[in-house]
Write a new protein. Structure first.
Length: 451
């Protein structure tokens, strides 16, 4: 029995060893299976689920360890350690796998689009700010631009045309290609007159234009255009009786008699009256020629309702009328001829000039138009003056000087043909002094006694 027991004892020991070896091989196989399952979990979606059998294998290995004994513990622990390492590998590989899964679903593409959009949005915002900023910066940039060079100024004398426009003559009175066109609007706005010396910048002519055009009027007769335009209305300017005598200085007997017996001054309203053929037009013409010699006076003549032959006489004389019509036209046409000339003379006087306007005749005008033309004359206080000398059959009213001609003396050739009793000057002492005024009165008395 002892022998049998001794023989059975090694056999049992061998079987136990074999069992232990088998258990070790089984545990190693299961551990390998767990590691394989962990690898599959890292590669695919089912990896977490497949990792569970690996864990179960580790649990079975632990059970095998308990059944087989302490000898199985190292192998089981090793298998468990390997399984744990497999699980750790599975856990570590889970995050990059998740990013790769989003990439396969297009999520990374969407995320990339969002990232790109965010980047593009920042650029767009910067571009948008630049676009919004650029308009704000535009005025500053415009202000920073260098100022345009000042245009060249041109200076000359105004010559008005019948249509209301005019030219700036750079070499008056002859026209030239360098003359500058002045629009009718500028003429009206600045109240330009023929003979005014103005200056301003021109612009080059356009395709359809021959002459350059005036951009603006800077000065008028040496004064700023704004000051001239802002002047008071002529009718509102204060007036005074004439105090400065106009010395004609002619050797013509008729003119000399008019100067000494019926004196007139700057701002006087003078009418030369008399019957037909009394010599009114001739006396006016001689006065005009003599007055034109005075450089301090601006003399102009307008003919309205005269004989056609007289138009020819004036055309051949040294002083040309600014406007002329014969008696054949209607009173309205005659008024339309006279009124613009009177308005021009008023503006010149309002600017400080001393103007003498001669009109032949007032007979063809309506009474209101005649009084308006004669009433324009005045001596402006601390300013210029407008003297009107006109012919008429009878005094119009409101004159400061009346020169009456005697048709009897004229018809018999006795000159000067002045009717002293009908002639006279209002307040002559202001013009010639008290002594000369008394001498004129005595001459009248003598003329009356002789009559």
């Amino acid at each position: 029995g002892g022998v049998v027991a001794s023989a059975a004892e090694p056999e049992a020991t061998g079987r136990a060893a074999a069992g232990r070896a088998a258990a070790g091989r089984a545990a190693a196989g299961r551990a390998a299976a767990g590691r394989a399952a962990a690898g599959k979990a890292a590669a695919g979606k089912a990896a977490p689920a497949k990792a569970a059998p690996g864990k179960a294998a580790a649990g079975k290995a632990a059970a095998g360890k308990a059944a087989a004994g302490e000898a199985l513990a190292p192998a089981g622990e090793a298998a468990g350690g390997e399984a744990a390492a497999g699980e750790a590998a599975d856990t570590n590989d889970d995050q990059p796998a998740t990013r790769r899964r989003r990439g396969r679903r297009g999520g990374r593409g969407r995320a990339g689009s969002r990232d790109d959009a965010e980047d593009t949005g920042e650029d767009a915002t910067e571009d948008g700010d630049q676009e919004r900023t650029e308009p704000d910066k535009a005025p500053a940039a415009k202000e920073a631009e260098p100022a345009a060079p000042e245009a060249t100024l041109v200076e000359g004398v105004v010559e008005l045309l019948p249509n209301g426009s005019g030219f700036l003559r750079v070499a008056p009175p002859d026209p030239s290609d360098e003359d500058v066109y002045i629009s009718a609007a500028q003429v009206k706005r600045c109240e330009l007159l023929s003979g005014d010396r103005i200056s301003g910048p021109p612009r080059p002519p356009r395709r359809s234009e021959r002459f350059p055009s005036l951009v603006r009027v800077d000065t008028i007769n040496g004064r700023p255009a704004g000051e001239v335009a802002e002047g008071s209305r002529f009718d509102d300017l204060p007036a005074a009786f004439p105090e400065e005598r106009i010395r004609v200085g002619s050797e013509d007997p008729t003119v000399k008699a008019i100067e000494w017996l019926t004196p007139f001054g700057k701002g006087s309203r003078v009418t030369i009256v008399g019957a037909s053929r009394a010599g009114k037009s001739e006396a006016l013409r001689r006065l005009a020629v003599a007055l034109a010699e005075h450089s301090d006076l601006q003399v102009s003549v307008v003919l309205a309702g005269v004989r056609p032959e007289e138009l020819g006489d004036w055309a051949e004389g040294p002083l040309q009328p600014v406007a002329a019509v014969s008696f054949a036209v209607s009173p309205d046409v005659q008024a339309h001829v006279v009124e613009p000339v009177v308005d021009t003379a008023r503006r010149l006087a309002g600017r400080g000039g001393d103007v003498v306007l001669l009109i032949d005749t007032l007979d063809g005008l309506a009474p209101l138009a005649a009084r308006k033309a004669l009433g324009a004359a005045r001596n402006i206080v601390d300013g210029g003056s407008l003297t009107v000398i006109a012919t008429a059959t009878e005094p119009v009213g409101g004159e400061t000087t009346v020169i009456a001609l005697d048709v009897g003396l004229t018809s018999t050739g006795r000159f000067p043909a002045i009717d002293l009793l009908r002639s006279g000057t209002l307040r002559p002492e202001r013009l010639v002094g008290d002594a000369a005024a008394e001498a004129i009165a005595r001459a009248r008395i003598e003329a009356a006694e002789g009559a």
